[in-house]
Design a protein around this ligand. Structure first.
Ligand code: HEC
Length: 273
C-alpha cells in the first residue's frame, strides 16, 4: 500500500531527464526547478521548453479493474429476475393434466372424432346416416344390436344376405345395408379390420346414444341401459377395458346382473327383439 506506483516513478524520472537536459548540473535542486517552472508565470517560455505537458493521469488500478470487468448487461438482469416465474410456469405446463373424466362417455367423446367426418359433429348426418334426434335409437332400441353393427360395419350384413340391420319394424322403415346412397358403414371391430378395441366401440356407441342420439340417462326408458353399459360405474365397460371379456363372451360372464345383457357377437346377425 505504501509502494509508489510505477507511473509516478516514471513521471518523476522523465521530469528529471527533461530538467537535466536543460540544466545538467541542477540535479539536486530538480524539484525546486520544477516548482519554479510550473508555477512561475515570469518564465512561460522556459516552462514550455523545459516541461512538456504532463501526460493524462492514468486511472488508478481499481478503476481500470472496474472498467474492464465483464458485467451482466442490464437487459439480462430483467431476464434473470424472471427466471423463478418462468420455472414455475414451466413446471405447471409439463405436469400431466389429470383427466378427471374416464369411463364410456369420455372414451366415446374422444373416439367419435373419427365418425364425425361422415355422421357430422352432432350426428346430423352426411356421407353417413343421421344419428341425432332419436334416429339411431329407432334403428337400435337395444344397445347390443348397435354394438354388433358398429363392430362389423355394413359389408358382413351384405355377405350374410341379411335384408336389414337393426330393427326391421323400425318407425320410418328398417334400414337395409348399403341403402344410404350406396355407402357402406366401415367396420370398426378388430375382427373385421377396424381400428377400435371392444371398449372403444362401447364408448362411441354410448356417446352416439346418450350425447348425440337423444336418450336421457335419467329417463325411465334408458336409466337401466345407461347404468349397465354407459355410466362411469359400468362393470361391463371395465371388464372390456381390462380384457376380461369380449363381445363373444360378455353375455355369459354378466348373466348374473339384474338386467342381464343380451349377446353382442362379432358376426353380422339379425336384431334381437
Ligand atoms: C366413411 C364414412 C363413415 C364413417 C367414418 C362412419 N360411418 Fe357410420 N355409417 C356410414 C354409412 C354410409 C352408414 C349407412 C350404412 C348402410 O346403409 O349400410 C352408416 C351407418 C351407421 C350407423 C347406423 C345408423 C342407422 O340408423 O342406420 C351407426 C350406428 C353408425 N354408422 C355408427 C358409426 C360410428 C360409431 C362411427 C365411428 C366409429 C362411424 N359410424 C363412422 C358411414 C360412416
Amino acid at each position: 500500500m505504501t509502494e509508489v506506483p510505477d507511473f509516478l516513478l516514471k513521471r518523476s524520472k522523465d521530469r528529471r531527464a527533461a530538467l537535466s537536459g536543460a540544466a545538467p548540473t541542477a540535479e539536486p535542486s530538480a524539484s525546486k526547478e520544477v516548482a519554479k517552472t510550473v508555477t512561475s508565470s515570469a518564465a512561460p517560455a522556459l516552462a514550455a521548453e523545459v516541461a512538456p505537458p504532463p501526460p493524462p493521469k492514468p486511472d488508478p488500478a481499481y478503476v481500470v479493474a472496474a472498467k474492464s470487468r465483464k458485467k451482466i448487461p442490464f437487459w439480462a438482469m430483467a431476464t434473470l429476475s424472471l427466471l423463478p416465474v418462468w420455472a414455475f410456469l414451466y413446471l405447471l405446463a409439463v405436469s400431466p393434466v389429470v383427466r378427471e373424466e374416464s369411463g364410456p362417455m369420455a372414451t366415446g367423446a374422444e373416439v367419435y372424432g373419427a365418425c364425425a367426418s361422415c355422421h357430422g359433429a352432432n350426428g346430423q348426418g352426411g356421407a353417413g346416416r343421421v344419428l341425432h334426434e332419436g334416429e339411431v335409437l329407432k334403428t337400435f332400441p337395444n344397445i347390443e344390436d348397435m354394438l354388433n353393427f358398429v363392430y362389423t360395419g355394413s359389408q358382413p350384413f351384405v355377405a350374410a344376405g341379411l335384408a336389414v340391420y337393426g330393427d326391421a319394424d323400425r318407425e320410418g322403415g328398417g334400414h337395409a345395408p348399403l341403402s344410404y346412397n350406396g355407402n357402406a358403414m366401415p367396420a370398426q371391430g378388430e375382427k373385421w379390420g377396424g381400428g377400435l378395441t371392444d371398449y372403444e366401440v362401447l364408448g362411441v356407441v354410448c356417446h352416439e346414444r346418450y350425447a348425440i342420439g337423444g336418450a336421457d340417462p335419467k329417463s325411465e326408458q334408458w336409466a337401466s341401459e345407461y347404468a349397465t353399459w354407459c355410466s362411469p360405474e359400468s362393470e361391463i365397460f371395465a371388464a372390456l377395458q381390462a380384457g376380461a371379456v369380449d363381445y363373444d363372451t360378455l353375455a355369459e360372464s354378466f348373466a348374473m346382473l339384474e338386467v342381464p345383457p343380451r349377446a353382442v357377437g362379432t358376426e353380422a346377425r339379425p336384431s334381437t327383439k
